[in-house]
Design a protein around this ligand. Sequence first.
Ligand code: IMP
Length: 182
Amino acid sequence: MSEQFTMLKTNDEIRRRIAELAAAVSADYADIATAEHPLLLLCTLRGAVFFSADLVRAVSIPIELDFLKVHSYINTESALEPVFDLGRDICVKDRHVLILEDIVDTGRTMAAVRKHFEDKGAASFRICTMLDKPGRRVPECADIVPDYIGFTIPDLFVVGWGLDYNEKFRLLPDIMVYHPEA
Ligand code: IMP
């Protein structure tokens, strides 16, 4: 029987890369984020919680952290439509928003989230994702190009560091490729 998991990114590699991303975000927003007008970091629940917790503790600019619950469902046309639940209204008018995402796959989730916040008058909207699978992007989301990317990966299903398979394996300390059939 072959292995169910294969290593993709080790704990050390992930930590080092998150530190680099935090430094890049801090440099890019240094002149924009102030104590009075902090950068609004929005973590998508639940997959991006681990990534966000590490990143926000490593940035050196004033930030405010909030959360956004996103999930996808199969609609009557059998297309995946992301729905998101803000729980309450997050006021983004004239604010600089940086979304923290675990993985960008088809791009539909980020396209819906971007549209929502741009419609609500955000001053700017950028995406910071731990992983990007550009090979999976659907044509209508071809313009979803994350501004900060931890790692670009091939079309593989991955778990660990917050990423799950049916709510399992989120706590794995590394990012592993999952082979359910193995
Ligand atoms: P998108 O809307 O297709 O870009 O999907 C994004 C969401 O799909 C992510 O936030 C994840 O929850 C989920 N997802 C996509 N690929 C993977 C994967 O390889 N492992 C775990 N979750 C994934």
